[in-house]
Design a protein around this ligand. Structure first.
Ligand SMILES: [Zn+2]
Length: 60
């Protein structure tokens, strides 16, 4: 399961969450101020669509 990094637009808090692909941005609240204004930050560890990862597991 991928780790997503999020940044709160209200207080600037940055935090990481393990999310499945289906509900990656659904219902996330800032753990600091409980704001729903959350923006996902793309980290270097995020798995993009390009570049076949050997042994990473394929979905189709
Ligand atoms: Zn916040």
């Amino acid at each position: 399961m991928p780790i997503y990094e999020y940044s709160c637009q209200e207080c600037g808090m940055r935090f990481e969450l393990l999310r499945s692909f289906q509900d990656s941005d659904a219902g996330i609240l800032c753990p600091e101020c409980e704001s729903a204004r959350i923006e996902r930050v793309l980290s270097a560890f995020s798995t993009g669509g390009c570049g076949g990862g050997a042994g990473a597991g394929r979905f189709t």
